[in-house]
Design a protein. Structure first.
Length: 501
């Protein structure tokens, strides 16, 4: 093995991947596993790993940051049993900017979308990326606040232009063309094509050190390191560049064989429930087409049928709402079926799935209870013959209707990895929606503290103004125009919101 950074993959006698690791020096790191003293000094987990290793492969990369990205991708794909980190559904951070916006700004994201925006990354060091973006905003005068909405009254600008951190396009201190040139210069810097900013920080650092201002020099040194790490040339690992074992077509055939389906599950839909206590119980439905995410088919739901934690009732509600709507839309789109009574039309649609977008396989996140609840709702809709399974996360057990014992597939099975990918995507989508609602609830909670603002009045205020921030910027007379809000209560609301700034 060479003395170079890279990623190593360990396999057992059955050629299963059991561990993926990274190293700045492959030869030293991998060699340390097989030192004679390691078998006695290592912990039980490491000793079990060493005894299980039968084959080894390695991949050389250009830097430690590349090794981190490569290691994370391989762990998410192979799910080795001796790895703990990177086995969740989180992704590395990227920077995003949409140049078609009137005044573009850089933002952080973990998901790359086909939306016409430019994406930079992923980056292995999120702290360095955040530090770099903050320095870029100050250097190039880029905005960090949101733009004013159309026809928004009394829009309050941020103070970045006052403290010289922004070129202030919102108050027309620069033209749109001048601002766009600044954004393009920032893009060149983030791509590593412009080093002027880094050279300036390095010069300032040396100057501060010469003046014995070591505190400032240390801060500039940290910034210099962050900028260098973020902008250095790096291989951006993509699906095509990774040595991958993901073969959607083969995985679909393997899943068909494992579940004994009549045909490969070209379209699959997976449901997951997310809740903390009884606050905002939500569900997600994600669709995979030909073994890959079909994000246009994703759906998110607020559970309204239960006010308490009840995964079984929540799963029943989301399955009922999803496929009840599918059947109604299919019946409405067919003139012949539209003339029939609703129940008869649904029965006809259920007998002819080609008229609808019904999936070839439904997956529910959970065990026998969630599966049973979903099956009852499908039976009520006349879809009892639609293939459905439950996937319990703890031991990756597969529950099937009518089968008393769960099925467990080999850890390296392509069928299991396909099920894990769609389950993890449903879990990520549900959690993201739940977090969004919680953040929105925190922003709106200030209204709950104002005496006289009932739930109905709160709803009326939010429907009229759209958000608490816009309500805070409104005058008492504008608030009084809301239905159910008098002049006295409007003055009280305006005063309370101003005091909570």
């Amino acid at each position: 093995m060479p003395h170079k950074p890279g990623v190593y993959v360990m396999r057992d006698r059955l050629n299963h991947v059991i561990y993926v690791g990274k190293a700045r020096d492959l030869r030293k790191r991998v060699g340390s596993y097989f030192m004679p003293s390691r078998k006695s000094s290592a912990d039980l987990k490491t000793r079990a790993l060493i005894e299980s290793v039968w084959d080894l492969e390695y991949h050389v990369v250009r830097s430690d940051a590349e090794a981190v990205l490569f290691e994370g991708r391989l762990i998410k794909e192979f799910r080795p049993k001796y790895n703990v980190s990177f086995r969740d559904d989180k992704r590395f951070l990227m920077a995003r900017v949409h140049l078609d916006d009137p005044y573009p700004r850089f933002a952080l994201t973990r998901m790359r979308k086909e939306d016409g925006a430019r994406y930079f990354g992923p980056f292995a060091n999120p702290r360095a990326l955040r530090s770099t973006l903050e320095a870029m905003r100050k250097k190039f005068g880029l905005r960090s606040c949101r733009p004013a909405e159309p026809d928004e009254k009394d829009f309050k600008h941020c103070l970045d232009h006052v403290i010289k951190n922004c070129s202030a396009p919102c108050v027309h201190r620069v033209t749109r063309e001048e601002y766009r040139a600044r954004v393009e210069a920032a893009c060149e810097f983030l791509e590593g094509r412009s080093r002027e900013m880094i050279h300036q920080v390095e010069a300032d650092m040396k100057e501060a050190a010469a003046k014995l201002d070591f505190e400032k020099a240390a801060a500039l040194r940290n910034l210099f390191q962050d900028l260098t790490e973020t902008t250095k040339s790096m291989t951006r690992f993509t699906r095509k560049s990774l040595p991958t074992t993901v073969n959607p077509e083969a995985d679909l055939l393997a899943l068909q064989d494992a579940l004994r389906l009549p045909r490969p599950p070209h379209v699959m839909e997976c449901f997951d429930i997310s809740n903390i206590s009884s606050a905002h119980i939500v569900a997600s439905m994600v669709r995979f087409r030909e073994g890959a995410p079909d994000r246009a088919g994703y759906r998110k739901y607020r559970i309204t049928g239960t006010k308490f934690q009840n995964d079984f009732a929540s799963m029943a509600e989301v399955v009922r709402r999803r496929y009840g709507r599918v059947l109604r839309e299919a019946a409405a789109g067919c003139d012949e079926l539209a003339q029939l009574p609703a129940e008869e039309a649904m029965a006809r649609v259920a007998e002819a799935p080609h008229l609808t977008v019904l999936p070839d396989l439904i997956i529910v996140d959970g065990g026998r209870g969630q599966l049973s609840s979903a099956c009852k709702e499908l039976a009520r809709l006349g879809l009892h013959e639609l293939p459905i399974i439950g996937l319990a996360k703890e031991f990756e057990e597969i529950y099937r209707p009518g089968s008393p014992l769960p099925m467990r597939l080999p850890e390296d099975s392509g069928a299991l990895r396909l099920l894990q990918r769609i389950r993890d995507e449903a879990h990520r989508t549900a959690n993201a929606y739940h977090s969004l609602l919680l953040k929105r609830r925190v922003r709106e909670s200030v209204l709950d503290e104002i005496p006289g603002v009932s739930a109905a009045r709160k709803q009326s205020l939010l429907e009229k103004f759209g958000s608490v921030e816009r309500l805070r910027n409104a005058s008492a007379s504008e608030i009084a125009e809301t239905q159910g809000i008098g002049a006295a209560l409007a003055a009280q609301i305006a005063s309370a919101l101003l005091s909570h700034k």
